[in-house]
Design a protein around this ligand. Structure first.
Ligand code: CTP
Length: 389
């Protein structure tokens, strides 16, 4: 691994070139973490993390744009001409108790690297001259595809690193080095706030292969996921296929994984992880739909609609089968060309029967017995006539 080439690689990315230009007069600005790792692996970094040994003001000024500062951690986010930079002062961290947010104090670049999670993320490259600082094992581990914590207390300080470990292993195809795996197995995954764990779960669901990630996570530490969670649900691939661009792939994935989690437990878990009420309810409903009995058994287009209407798209996709495909691709878009006002204009009295008549006309439309507006109006009026006799 030729870490000295990182600045050249960075200059090929537009926001990288901007950062290099801003930092060239400063001898204390370092690219760190995931950005260095990804550039060395030949992958475009998702974001650029930069640390400054000393106050960050000069770099903020050189970058221009708008910056938002977070005094507690001495960090800032800069947005300038569409690019986003995360800038921090080099810092060491201590944890008041396992899983707490760290207390931070200014440090050297070496101390800043030592506080980090894995050797592959503990490489820094100085933007002014390309010089490199890293843990002695960083470059070999990166070349060898190994995930190794920097110190034995890493998962105790921050159990969300179990999730990070699984995320990198799944995304990069890396192996977890045996001592790190033993430390992960001994960690207490629950010693973290629900908000932070929920954040990790939501990140996991957006990774290229959440199921590979969950499988690795479960192997790393059996307690990291809720009881009954299935990391590789058989129903998922076809559901995602059915869903296509509709609905939410992350929520469908989570619901499929949670089909075997007892309902009360699942509700408490999703609340603890601070899912919004809307997302929580979608997962709860969709996770129960995996068998999809009423939908699968429906014998007509209107019966399919009756079974699927009102359910989240994710739930219908998980139910699977031809009826689900028909609902998602076609039937859910079928509507009436008349409204209740048309019936009232035709002399019908207001009341619940209006809704029933519209539903009847919709069923006949779904079943392709009728199609155009006048047929729908006549069908609804005939229904009301029959009902009043
Ligand atoms: N970091 C850490 N421990 C954590 C969170 C972050 O040591 N619990 C460090 C790692 O060095 C990491 C860096 O902070 O590389 C930036 O964090 P983040 O952006 O979350 O990591 P990336 O590796 O850049 O993540 P990704 O590739 O998923 O965007």
């Amino acid at each position: 691994m030729e870490a000295a080439t990182v600045v050249d690689k960075l200059s090929a990315i537009p926001q990288g070139a901007r950062m290099i230009a801003a930092a060239k007069q400063l001898d204390n600005v370092w690219l760190v973490g995931g950005a260095v790792r990804d550039l060395l692996l030949g992958v475009e970094p998702r974001e650029l993390d930069v640390v400054v040994e000393g106050p960050i003001d000069e770099l903020l000024e050189a970058l221009g744009g708008e910056s938002q500062r977070f005094e507690r951690f001495g960090t800032a986010t800069v947005t300038s001409e569409g690019a986003r930079f995360d800038i921090a002062r080099t810092r060491s961290e201590s944890y008041a108790h396992p899983g707490a947010l760290p207390d931070v104090s200014p440090s050297t670049i070496e101390e800043d690297l030592a506080r980090r999670d894995f050797t592959i993320n503990a490489i820094a490259v100085r933007l002014a001259d390309g010089s490199v600082r890293s843990n002695p094992r960083s470059l070999d581990d990166l070349a060898g595809g190994l995930l190794r914590v920097l110190h034995p207390g890493s998962f105790v300080d921050d159990p969300t690193r179990l999730w990070r470990c699984a995320r990198y292993a799944a995304r990069l195809g890396f192996q977890v080095e045996p001592e790190t795996a033993a430390l992960a197995a001994a960690a207490l995954p629950g010693a973290v706030s629900g908000e932070r764990l929920g954040h990790e779960l939501r990140l996991a669901l957006r990774e290229p292969s959440p199921t590979a990630l969950f499988t690795i996570l479960e192997d790393l530490n059996a307690g990291a996921l809720v009881e009954g969670f299935d990391p590789r649900p058989g129903s998922l691939d076809s559901a995602l296929d059915l869903l296509g661009e509709q609905g939410s792939a992350p929520l469908t994935t989570l619901a499929a994984c949670c089909a075997g989690v007892e309902l009360d437990l699942l509700t408490r878990w999703l609340n603890f992880l601070q899912f919004s009420a809307e997302d929580r309810d979608c997962v709860l409903v969709a996770s129960r739909w995996v068998t999809g009995e009423p939908l699968r058994n429906a014998q007509s287009r209107s019966a399919i609609a009756a079974a699927a209407r009102g359910a989240p798209l994710e739930a219908v996709a998980l139910a699977g089968g031809e009826n689900a495909r028909l609902w998602l691709s076609e039937l859910r878009h079928v509507g009436l060309k008349i409204t209740g006002d048309d019936l009232i204009a035709a002399g019908v009295e207001r009341g619940p029967m209006v809704g029933d008549a519209l539903n009847h006309a919709l069923d006949k439309t779904l079943d392709q017995v009728i199609a155009d507006r006048s047929e729908q109006l006549n069908t609804a009026l005939e229904f009301l006539n029959r009902s009043s006799q």
